[in-house]
Design a protein around this ligand. Structure first.
Ligand code: BGC
Length: 766
């Protein structure tokens, strides 16, 4: 483990917390000579901030924005690189630092974890007979350079006239560089003053590194004098790269936006995120523009040249955690296929070290509610094993001493803003049960349950104390966030999730053989009984219509909340509080009242289609899914979406942008129908954890809206099509797979097997 001195270099006074911009980036350098080449050399780097590391003139990794984002008061990640092949007799290490999440502007303030940035690095040299180390210490040198400021939200400002050149090259002349400062003193102070940092430790980064995963070519949308606007055809997260050639001092400005407003970039929804990069040319040859320490969420880029400069080779570099895609889906309805692809893109765009709500505005926080609702969709799309283990560590770090759970993790220490006021929101807090349980079902490692069970129990203990042995009051709730029409009453939602949390905790106990399983089963039964006593009246879910909590008042003034909503019935059935017979007619009635449209927000959206199928109404699921009209998934697609919108009506061709202060065009939560596409439309589901055995049970569309679908999760592939009254379904499985088949509502008339898989012919059951 990294055991080096933390070093820093002051390039300006400590920035005010309200300042959107950072100081210039410090550059560090250490030259050294080896007597012989080691068998193995590993460079381990960490920063309170973000870094980019180089050795002998080359970048040591393809990663950006490492070591990522954690609550730096609790754990500081470090990243190890095998640099054996890069070493020579004479060497130099170079590292650039920037504020990143640790000291940069985050949500409402900068300096959330530290007001200074620091570097620690260690090169471990393994020889046949010994191990040697080169570590950050007072012999390293530092200087400021071309990056005059760099912030995640504001963007990067590069003055190439101040470039240090190839500063990690062996023969680089660093005689004008200055000594570094050791952080031991300041860090100790910081450690003492930062609240709750008794637990702070350095540890290997868990999540895969953030890398460039795709490169997009733009088309020129318009040119107007020295200003050009490009369209990448896809809303994505990342940065631009291009070649610049021109006179010294010419300035090129790069602005980013998700949508256009006529000829103008629409940036009103970015809040404080300036999302602007600037490059001042050094002149005299080709220069590469590629910001290192920022990212933007955008589809359109505006490039303005002041002075003489030419831009060429423009590409968009899409960045996210290096996760392999494991699933895919397509079907006969192009709009539905596009819904899937949009959700996959929003998944990519928001999985940059932490599952964020959105990648563009000055928020980009790790909302627990969004993450838990979408986690299963994500686990089908991509191999999220390590990504979610890391995020679960962030959630555990964020839990308050009394067991309450905030709405976001990592928790930014934002100063005056009280995240505690945003705690124990139903459906957000329970991420600590839902994500580990889903992870276990998908990937099969009970360690994830063992690691998170204590935190789950502490949350339930908090609820028990708060509820005094009764039901939760439903304060501080976000509710069924951004639902349509009547708001689902908050206390009802709080108690649905209270029960579900108890159920999942009991399940976690069962799996890891924890003796408290019985206690949590009893707790679930008790909440269920109380829930039914309070809300189940006259064959409907009814509430007393109260709307509790500040957040609620702020957003839903004038609304009379109810228990009689799609979300309430879908959740109550799925969480085991209503029986199928109790839920079915009610849910169907709510769907019919909405003219076969959904009304669900963030909490209901994931459950609506699966529950309709489970209740025998897959016809309604297909009707809702294939709608093009508001509110529904298809509506965003026919209005031009390339990612999932935050709101069902974020934008319309006629009305434009519906709201500017909270309106992202890249928010995955409402895309959690993806899990249904895998588990119900294709019918691929783990029967036992980690796909030890699989259940293939597609709900073929009997309504005729979708006539074929195909896709896969890893090497479980399903493809079906309708021809007249008959359905053909082909399944291919990995060798030795233990599979069980079911075709709800269908009768199998023929089954054959060959090298390509198993082939079924089916008819609708009478
Ligand atoms: C975020 C959401 C989040 C919500 C409620 C919003 O500002 O963007 O995704 O879940 O707040 O906490």
């Amino acid at each position: 483990m990294l055991n080096a001195l933390w070093i820093g270099y002051e390039t300006g006074p400590v920035r005010d917390r309200r300042d959107l911009h950072s100081n210039p980036s410090p550059y560090f350098r250490k030259a050294f000579t080896l007597m012989e080449l080691p068998k193995k050399a590993t460079l381990t780097v960490s920063a309170i901030g973000v870094y980019k590391a180089y050795l002998n003139g080359s970048a040591v990794g393809e990663d950006y924005l490492s070591p990522g984002w954690t609550d730096f008061h609790r754990r500081i990640p470090c990243v190890a690189y095998d640099v054996t092949a890069l070493l020579q007799k004479r060497n130099a290490i170079g590292v650039i630092l920037a504020d990143g999440w640790a000291a940069g502007f985050l949500f409402l303030s900068r300096n959330c974890y530290s007001d200074r940035i620091w570097l620690a690095a260690e090169l471990r040299l393994e020889y046949a007979d010994r191990t040697e180390y080169i570590r950050t210490d007072k012999s390293w040198k530092a200087h400021d350079g071309a990056i005059r400021r760099s912030d995640l939200y504001a963007g990067e400002y590069i003055d190439a006239r101040l470039s240090l050149g190839d500063f990690s090259a062996v023969d680089y002349d660093d005689s004008a560089w200055e000594p570094v400062e050791s952080a031991q003193g300041p860090l100790k102070l910081w450690q003492e003053s930062a609240k709750n940092c008794w637990n702070m430790r350095l540890e290997p980064a868990i999540a895969p590194p953030t890398v460039v995963k795709h490169r997009l070519q733009p088309t020129l949308l318009l040119r107007d004098g020295s200003r050009a606007v490009y369209d990448f055809g896809q809303n994505f997260t990342g940065v631009l790269r291009c070649t610049l050639r021109g006179e010294r001092g010419a300035t090129v400005t790069f602005r980013h936006a998700e949508i256009m407003d006529g000829d103008r970039l629409y940036t009103e929804n970015l809040r404080k995120a300036e999302a602007t990069d600037t490059y001042i040319l050094a002149g005299g040859g080709d220069e590469t523009f590629r910001p290192l320490f920022t990212f933007h969420g955008f589809r359109y880029a505006e490039i303005t040249v002041d002075g003489k400069a030419e831009v060429s080779d423009l590409v968009g570099e899409c960045m996210y955690s290096d996760l392999a895609q494991t699933g895919d889906f397509t079907c006969s309805d192009e709009v539905v296929s596009k819904v899937f692809r949009n959700a996959l893109w929003s998944n990519r765009d928001n999985f940059l070290n932490v599952p964020t709500d959105c990648p563009q505005r000055s928020e980009r926080l790790g909302y627990l509610g969004d993450a838990q609702i979408f986690c299963k969709s994500a686990m089908y799309n991509m191999d999220c094993d390590l990504f979610f283990r890391k995020y679960l560590a962030d959630i555990r770090d964020a839990q308050y001493g009394n067991g309450a759970m905030p709405a976001v993790a990592p928790l930014p220490h934002v100063g005056s803003f009280d995240f505690a006021g945003w705690s124990v929101a139903a459906g957000w807090a329970e991420a600590i049960m839902v994500i580990p349980y889903t992870h276990y079902r998908m990937y099969g490692d009970p360690r994830v349950l063992i690691d998170n069970l204590p935190a789950a129990k502490r949350l339930l203990d908090y609820y028990d104390r708060e509820a005094g042995g009764g039901l939760r009051s439903g304060e501080r709730e976000f509710g069924d966030w951004l639902s349509v029409g009547v708001t689902t009453e908050h206390s009802l939602l709080a108690n649905l999730y209270y029960a579900y949390g108890a159920y999942l905790t009991a399940e976690m106990c069962r799996i890891v053989r924890d003796p408290e399983e019985r206690y949590y089963r009893a707790l679930f039964s008790r909440i269920r009984r109380d829930f039914r006593d309070r809300y189940w009246r006259g064959g409907r879910l009814q509430s007393d219509g109260r709307l509790d909590g500040n957040v609620a008042k702020q957003y839903f003034e004038g609304d009379v909340p109810s228990g009689d909503t799609q979300t309430a019935y879908a959740l109550a059935y799925r969480f085991g509080l209503l029986t199928a017979d109790e839920a079915r007619d009610n849910l169907v009635r709510k769907v019919e009242e909405a003219d076969r449209h959904l009304t669900t927000g963030f909490l209901g959206v994931k459950y609506l289609l699966p529950v309709l199928c489970d209740l025998g109404r897959s016809d309604l699921a297909y009707a809702i899914l294939t709608n093009r009209t508001y509110p529904g998934w298809g509506y965003s697609v026919v209005n031009g979406a390339t990612t999932v919108w935050e709101r069902w009506n974020s934008y319309t061709q006629e009305g434009g942008v519906s709201e500017k202060s909270m309106n992202s065009f890249n928010h995955y939560s409402l895309g959690s129908c993806v899990e249904w596409m895998y588990e119900y439309c294709l019918g691929i589901k783990p029967k036992t954890s980690g796909f030890g055995s699989v259940r293939i049970a597609p709900y073929l569309d009997r309504t005729g809206r979708i006539t074929s679908a195909s896709g896969h999760y890893r090497s479980y592939a399903v493809s079906w099509r309708r021809e007249g009254d008959r359905f053909f379904c082909d399944v291919s499985l990995p060798k030795g797979a233990n599979a069980e088949f079911d075709f709800p509502g269908m009768t199998v008339t023929d089954r054959a097997e060959d090298d390509s898989g198993i082939h079924f012919i089916l008819e609708c059951s009478k």
